[in-house]
Ligand binder design. Structure first.
Ligand SMILES: [Fe+2]
Ligand SMILES: [Fe+2]
Length: 189
């Protein structure tokens, strides 16, 4: 089984601040086992075909690929929108974790309609577990909790909170772009 912190070695190296990088590694290694093998969408809808593949012991599945593609988009958007390096690192951590609990804490057959809330709970649990204090922790939590935006299944009226900042907006946009049916990333070829 590929370890998430190994699969995202390059993306972790983009995290400039040591405290945030150290947390990201521990956080990734606490992801549910299914994360590296499940497809991004259990129904095949709402995601491109390359991110709907099932992985194996040595091949990453579509969900992990979706997150890798999104990291690339977030890394690029952070530069375009002139995020500070701490904001950039925070956006990457939120990206890595936004779909960590996509199939629920128990890991069922289908993606859950509430995975954004569960993802936020999981992020908080990891912060506590590692007694980690990192910059923009609240922003990361909000970015995860509201990453579905207008497509939040748990509550269709749930859009973005009043204080939704650049970090959350970039994560949401990157998620949407990386999922579009006609979008492909050459580094998977
Ligand atoms: Fe999601
Ligand atoms: Fe996603």
């Amino acid at each position: 089984m590929i370890k998430p912190a190994d699969y995202y070695e390059k993306e972790i190296s983009w995290i400039a601040h040591e405290r945030m990088r150290d947390f990201a590694i521990k956080y990734l290694n606490d992801f549910p086992d299914y994360f590296m093998v499940k497809p991004a969408s259990s129904s095949g809808k709402y995601h491109n075909s390359w991110s709907n593949t099932i992985g194996s012991d040595d091949v990453a599945g579509g969900l992990a690929k979706h997150v890798k593609a999104m990291c690339y988009v977030v890394h690029s958007l952070a530069e375009a929108e002139m995020l500070s390096s701490e904001e950039h690192d925070a956006a990457l951590i939120a990206t890595l974790g936004h779909d960590a609990i996509k199939y629920g804490f128990e890991g069922g057959t289908h993606t859950t309609g509430t995975h954004e809330s569960e993802g936020a709970v999981f992020f908080r649990q990891c912060l506590q577990k590692y007694n980690a204090t990192i910059p923009y922790a609240d922003s990361i939590c909000r970015a995860i909790e509201f990453h579905q935006g207008r497509w939040a299944k748990s509550d269709p009226a749930k859009m973005f909170p009043e204080d939704f900042d650049k970090i959350g907006q970039i994560v949401h946009r990157a998620d949407m772009v990386a999922s579009r049916p006609m979008v492909k990333f050459y580094f998977f070829d």
